[in-house]
Design a protein around this ligand. Structure first.
Ligand code: ZN
Length: 575
């Protein structure tokens, strides 16, 4: 009976086993990883049996209860979300009472299944083992705990990853142990105050950081001959634009780049700065600037990218656009930004654009459907971003359609945005830094896969973004300084330079900024031109850096499209 229940509990995890094996075998077979997974799974099965064969019922039943509860949590999450729960997911879930809790609460039937599996685990482990203990059953019992500890150690050094597909009785117990470890060793010191001195001069102009979403640097006309209209190539007289060309992002996922752009930090110390140093808002306030967050992506005051209530307190003005359709949001953002640039109040403004995250089917009006053929329209008119894309099957023709929809999206979301902003805003003495959180891979070399960014084994293009500075033109010397910096830094700079540049613009002394935050965009010091492919690097794992050879960055293939003659190429005003 016991063995039957153990077998049944393991069998009910078959879907996850199959998914993990598929991940390790498609598109390329990874023999080492497959063997490691098979070995770990076997060990976990032995350990599970070992716990179930413990003779002491006072020990066996509590373990049964704990493992059943853990498996219910992990299975409930995995079946509700349709993805594996790694340690990050476990932490997020235990900490969040908002979105995720609601999502799972709506998944009644899934939770019943998870509960059923948990009950099977409970009795499989808890029921009294039959017969006398043999050498084999004793051995299994003695190895039960060491195997669990081994799994936990493996996960520790892998930063909490690697338990996908393993029996949830064990992954959950390992996550719980790691969580306990992190809780006990956590740094609970309050966030530091601004400690860098600044010149007493009063700032008179606006400083703006525009973080676009999912912009492949090479797909813009400022960086490739066959790139898409950006509104930045040939601006109206009096507006100076300094293009640093292609730059590397901090990370190839949204959260890592966004949070590091707000808290600064170098490749070596970013984990400390994010945890303990002041945010960009604190530095702006200390410099006497108003602080404004313009967010096109979320509504209703919702936080994202690791913002929290403590950070929110330092933001004077919080603008979101619940009443504007997603397709019009970036244009509304441009208008709002113009208002702040024209109000003669010195402010620091951080813009989080809607940009070009998938789905891109409907992120542009019909007037901008210039590049064809493209993805089917009408399915996602009001989605800013989502976790997976249904419209890509990984085939070449699909990516062609995707790239064309993406081009149309850029024409509207970038070209249209800047047309609108430059037409209306007074840029004479403001300084605007424009970049995107991460790049995109569109599988231009015919690689398999359905994702555009944030993949486990990223393509170099996932970390390649635009980097442009607008303004700084009131003072001719300032503009010349930017022009020289952009020329020297052409295709050689990274996100890491932005935070120290902002502090410099706010009047903080470069000599004091550099030791903590590194060099700025004016520095000639070479940049490693890498991005972080293991940003969260928690527990015992370390960040991992991917270098981007500029000459290997995929350029937009012209074979994708025929352009519709007479199609709009820039941001005309549709309200
Ligand atoms: Zn993003």
């Amino acid at each position: 009976m016991k063995y039957l229940l153990i077998g049944l509990a393991l069998l009910l995890g078959g879907g996850e086993v199959w998914r993990r094996v598929t991940m390790l075998a498609v598109p390329d077979i990874q023999p080492v990883a497959l063997t490691a997974f098979a070995g770990l799974f076997l060990f976990c099965a032995i350990s599970l049996t070992g716990f179930a064969l413990l003779r002491q019922s006072w020990l066996r039943w509590p373990i049964a209860a704990l493992m059943a509860a853990g498996s219910m949590l992990v299975d409930g999450y995995q079946w509700a979300v349709g993805d594996f729960m790694d340690y990050d997911g476990f932490v997020t879930m235990t900490q969040s009472t908002g979105d995720l809790g609601n999502a799972i609460a709506q998944q009644g039937p899934v939770l019943i299944w998870a509960a059923a599996k948990a009950i099977i685990f409970f009795f499989a482990i808890g029921l009294k083992p039959a017969g006398a203990a043999s050498v084999a059953t004793r051995a299994a019992s003695w190895t039960a705990l060491p195997i669990l500890l081994l799994l936990t150690t493996v996960l520790f050094f892998r930063g909490g990853e690697g338990a996908s597909g393993l029996p949830t009785s064990h992954s959950s117990m390992s996550y719980l142990s790691l969580f306990g470890y992190e809780y006990v060793t956590a740094d609970r010191a309050p966030r530091e105050e601004v400690a860098i001195a600044r010149a007493p001069d009063k700032l008179t102009s606006d400083i703006v950081l525009i973080i676009d979403e999912s912009i492949a640097g090479a797909y813009l006309d400022i960086n490739s001959i066959d790139g898409v209209y950006s509104g930045l190539l040939d601006p109206k007289p009096g507006v100076s634009i300094h293009n640093f060309g292609l730059a590397t992002s901090i990370n190839h996922c949204s959260v890592g780049s966004n949070v590091t752009l707000r808290f600064g930090g170098t490749r070596d110390n970013y984990r400390d700065t994010i945890r303990s140093k002041p945010s960009i808002w604190a530095y702006a306030k200390q410099a006497g600037l108003g602080t404004i967050y313009i967010d096109g992506q979320r509504t209703g005051g919702r936080f994202q990218n690791q913002m929290n209530a403590q950070e929110r307190k330092l933001i004077d003005q919080w603008d979101q656009f619940a009443d504007v359709p997603v397709q019009q949001r970036d244009h509304a953002v441009a208008d709002r930004l113009s208002d702040y640039l024209n109000d003669d109040i010195p402010q620091f403004i951080l813009v989080n654009k809607v940009g070009a995250h998938f789905p891109v089917n409907d992120k542009f009006p019909a007037s901008h459907a210039t590049y064809r053929p493209m993805l089917k329209r009408g399915q996602y008119p009001d989605v800013t971003d989502m976790a997976s894309d249904d419209d890509i099957d990984g085939g070449d023709s699909s990516w062609e359609l995707y790239r064309n929809s993406y081009r149309n999206t850029l024409t509207w979301q970038v070209g249209g945005f800047f047309d609108r902003l430059i037409a209306d805003a007074d840029l004479t003495d403001a300084t605007l830094i424009y970049t995107a959180d991460h790049g995109q891979t569109f599988h231009e070399r015919g690689e398999q896969g359905q994702a555009t960014h944030c993949t486990p084994n990223p393509a170099i293009e996932e970390g390649v973004v635009p980097l442009v500075v607008l303004g700084g033109s009131a003072d001719g010397a300032e503009s010349a300084r930017w022009a020289a910096a952009a020329q020297t830094g052409q295709n050689q700079r990274s996100h890491y330079r932005i935070f120290p540049t902002l502090l410099g613009l706010m009047g903080y002394a470069a000599g004091d900024v550099r030791p903590v935050y590194g060099v700025d965009l004016f520095s000639d010091e070479p940049d490693p031109f890498t991005f972080n492919v293991r940003f969260h690097a928690r527990l015992g794992s370390s960040p991992s850096w991917l270098h981007v050879p500029v000459e290997k960055i995929a350029r937009p293939p012209t074979s994708d499209y025929r352009k519709i003659p007479g199609g709009k190429s820039s941001g005309d005003r549709t309200k």
